[in-house]
Design a protein around this ligand. Structure first.
Ligand code: CO
Length: 136
């Protein structure tokens, strides 16, 4: 697997509105893209920052993964995402190495990415996503 760059940092926030107002006030930046990912029970707001992005996450269901994260840990950094050259090959390689995966196959994520999460127990407590932009 080839890591190309840090694609984005995912940041959990009680509400996108709150996060967006804060980013506008502090840095003068506005979200480029807001999207609901129904099966993950989140709404996301994307901001480009140079070669990487920030992905703000608002839970739409307290029982969803971000809802549980917010309840347990509070607002803050939720995950780190590496862009890889081939996400299917990356997941296959990780599974072959016996790495515990949350996603055993890539699925559709926000912002036109195909993504898979590695279990944080494998990575010292950091939830890591591998992702690849979807080809159009
Ligand atoms: Co992400």
């Amino acid at each position: 697997m080839k890591l190309l760059r840090i694609s984005h940092l995912g940041i959990a926030s009680p509400t996108l509105q709150e996060a967006m107002e804060r980013l506008e006030k502090i840095f003068g930046i506005q979200a480029e893209h807001i999207e609901e990912i129904a099966d993950q029970k989140v709404r996301t707001a994307f901001y480009s920052v140079g070669e990487s992005s920030l992905e703000y996450l608002e839970s739409t269901d307290p029982e969803g993964p971000v809802g549980k994260f917010l309840e347990k840990k509070g607002p803050g950094i939720h995950h780190l995402a590496f862009e890889v050259d081939d996400v299917d090959a990356a997941v296959k390689e990780l599974l072959e190495k016996g790495v515990r995966m949350i996603d055993k196959a890539p699925r559709k994520g926000a912002h036109g990415n195909r993504i898979a999460f590695i279990h944080p127990a494998e990575t010292g407590g950091v939830l890591i996503e591998v992702c690849q932009p979807e080809k159009h």
